[in-house]
Design a protein around this ligand. Structure first.
Ligand code: IPE
Ligand code: IPE
Ligand code: MG
Length: 257
């Protein structure tokens, strides 16, 4: 997409007070991006990685505090072994290559999901990256890897059952707060905005609890093509939503500040 204007700082038509505090992204369409160009699917994943890097940078420049991206679902193991292996290697390579830069920008990195089936060296890299960035004050960048919303809810339920079994919690103390505490996104706020690229309009098992009142934005752009101008458009759309949370209509976000 060509940019007719400077997007290095927050575009003038966006209201800094009404930006989403947390954006979740289903990065979809890497394979189609590559296929359209006669390239192998992995070329799309490689290009998609560049888009993520630019988006984290953009969140820093524009003042978005929390970004959560869906990188690998619990269902993505169904893909050909060669693609899964490539993705694991890509995560490994990216983490080694980008960690210093993320540190320099004060990014706090978290991996959400069950990391235990991942290659051991990758698990170690991820744990180390979470540990070294844990006090960073900048963008909180969460990467969902081997994440599945249903599995997350099952794990949370099991944890709560254990709390009850050992007497730390009584059944009537089980409430929304207790469940929220048991999720892997704790203590992050729920996403205000979800972006899904590639024209698909489904959640694919991403954050089902946390997205209960999130504004859902779908674009036909394929993930490798999602640039700052596209992000700008998504935020413009968001700022024109009326978020009612079951109450009566307030002004659109951008006018309510
Ligand atoms: C999203 O792109 C990346 C991952 C799921 C890892 P896809 O690989 O799903 O791309 P399409 O949907 O096949 O085009
Ligand atoms: C969702 O994309 C998962 C990620 C982006 C990591 P998929 O491409 O796996 O989703 P479906 O299969 O089209 O629902
Ligand atoms: Mg897909």
């Amino acid at each position: 997409m060509t940019q007719a204007y400077d997007l290095s700082t927050l575009p003038a038509d966006l209201h800094p007070e009404a930006l989403p505090a947390h954006i979740a992204v289903i990065m979809d369409g890497n394979g189609r991006w590559a296929t359209e160009r006669g390239l192998p699917r992995i070329a799309g994943h490689r290009q998609g990685a560049k888009t993520i890097k630019n988006l984290v940078r953009c969140c820093k420049d524009w003042g978005i505090p929390v970004l959560t991206v869906y990188a690998f679902s619990t269902e993505n193991w169904r893909r050909p072994r060669s693609e899964v292996t490539f993705l694991m290697r890509l995560f490994d390579r990216l983490l080694r290559r980008e960690l210093t830069e993320m540190q320099r920008h004060g990014v706090r990195l978290r991996f959400l999901g069950d990391l235990s089936p991942l290659p051991e060296s990758l698990q170690t890299l991820m744990q180390d990256a979470m540990a070294v960035t844990r006090h960073n004050p900048g963008v909180q960048f969460n990467v969902a890897v081997n994440y599945g919303g249903r599995q997350e809810l099952v794990e949370a339920t099991r944890y709560i059952a254990q709390q009850v079994a050992c007497g730390a919690l009584t059944p009537d103390q089980i409430n929304e707060e207790a469940l929220t505490h048991a999720l892997c996104t704790h203590p992050l706020p729920d996403p205000d905005l979800l972006i899904r690229t590639s024209g698909e309009q489904r959640l694919s098992n991403f954050l089902p609890w946390q997205l209960a009142y999130t504004e859902l934005y779908f674009t036909d752009l394929l993930w490798p093509d999602f640039d700052r101008a596209a992000f700008h458009q998504a935020l413009q759309w968001y700022q024109n939503r009326q978020r009612r949370f079951g109450g009566l209509a307030p002004a659109p976000l951008a006018q309510s500040v």
